[in-house]
Design a binder for this molecule. Structure first.
Ligand code: NAG
Ligand code: NAG
Ligand code: NAG
Length: 161
């Protein structure tokens, strides 16, 4: 029983430690992958969130470019990206995170532990496969993020809709 809980904690925890020590492009890839992995494949939310994150990172990149060598083209690029981001917000807004808090809180009860173990038993093979991908995080941060999101989804029972 404790082995399972330990494994579950490892799946969720190990990846974030590795990503923390890596650069921001890896972090971006990881996050976009995580959103795809934790999402409902028949809802557009994961893709919209991932898209917004890609654009935010591009703006951050553009702005730091502007500071180094400001020119009109770069300013226009930044404004275009900002507009694209704003256009994206309606699709992101409908993403439902409201139940995440509740389902995380319920995992920290005694009943929640049963649920965690049950979720693990129901999805052990997939979670083990995800875990192996997470161990090789630095070969592909997107895949690592995807596996972390997927493992989180299977273990917690929460899905991004
Ligand atoms: C991951 O990051 C690299 C840059 O380090 C980028 O070229 C690549 O497109 C990214 N992959 C995905 C799937 O986001
Ligand atoms: C996934 O999304 C579809 C379409 O929005 C919905 O009908 C379905 O209930 C969702 N699945 C889960 C597990 O939330
Ligand atoms: C999260 O859920 C707990 C338990 O239901 C509640 O007490 C708390 O206020 C919630 N927090 C947020 C930020 O919604």
């Amino acid at each position: 029983m404790w082995k399972l809980v330990f494994l579950a904690a490892l799946v969720i925890g190990s990846s974030s430690i590795e990503v923390e020590s890596s650069n921001s492009m890896n972090m971006k890839n990881f996050t976009v992958g995580f959103l795809a992995g934790v999402g409902n494949s028949s809802s557009t939310c994961s893709a919209s969130m991932g898209n917004a994150i890609n654009i935010i990172y591009k703006i951050v990149g553009d702005i730091s470019l502007d500071i180094k060598s400001p020119n009109l083209q770069e300013v226009i690029n930044t404004l275009n990206d900002l507009q694209t981001l704003v256009n994206n917000i309606p699709s992101v807004k409908k993403c439902d995170f409201s139940s995440l808090n509740e389902s995380l809180m319920s995992l920290f009860t005694l009943k929640g532990l049963d649920q965690l173990v049950q979720n693990y038993l129901n999805n052990g093979e997939q979670i083990f496969s995800d875990y192996n991908t997470i161990l090789k995080c630095n070969t592909n941060y997107y895949n690592c993020g995807f596996s972390s999101g997927n493992a989180f989804k299977l273990l917690s029972g929460w899905i991004l809709n």
